[in-house]
Design a protein around this ligand. Structure first.
Ligand code: FES
Length: 120
């Protein structure tokens, strides 16, 4: 339904910047992965049934968030180092940002690799 609304708005000539939406979903499961938070000096393992955002919160770090659905942009996080593949599930980052490997949306996106260092 959200995709239909977005397509209809585009066909009607609405600028993309004027069309906003939010999704409220449980985190999609995935392979566990390890993360290091550079500013906090903490390391963590993201379990298969939790989001990266939830794993960060579990450690007591209080990252910004709003929708928890990959749409609002509040949780956008800089990637300092990585050696794997990002599984971007958000609707916030542009394609170029996703392919750059320099940004991740922890509320919905995951990582498949050995090293992921975030600016948190
Ligand atoms: S909390 Fe909204 S995009 Fe992550």
């Amino acid at each position: 339904m959200i995709n239909w609304v977005r397509r209809t708005a585009t066909v009607a000539g609405w600028p993309d910047a004027h069309v906003h939406h939010e999704e409220f979903l449980a985190p999609q499961p995935g392979k566990p992965f390890a993360v290091r938070l550079a500013k906090s000096g903490l390391s963590l393992e993201v379990g298969e049934d939790e989001s990266l955002l939830e794993a960060i919160e579990r450690l007591g770090v209080d990252p910004p968030y709003l929708c928890r659905g990959g749409a609002c942009g509040q949780c956008e996080t800089d990637v300092l180092e990585s050696d794997g593949t990002f599984i971007h599930r958000d609707h916030w980052l542009e394609d170029g940002e996703k392919s750059s490997g320099k940004k991740i949306m922890p509320c919905v996106s995951r990582f498949d690799g050995k090293i992921l260092v975030l600016d948190r």
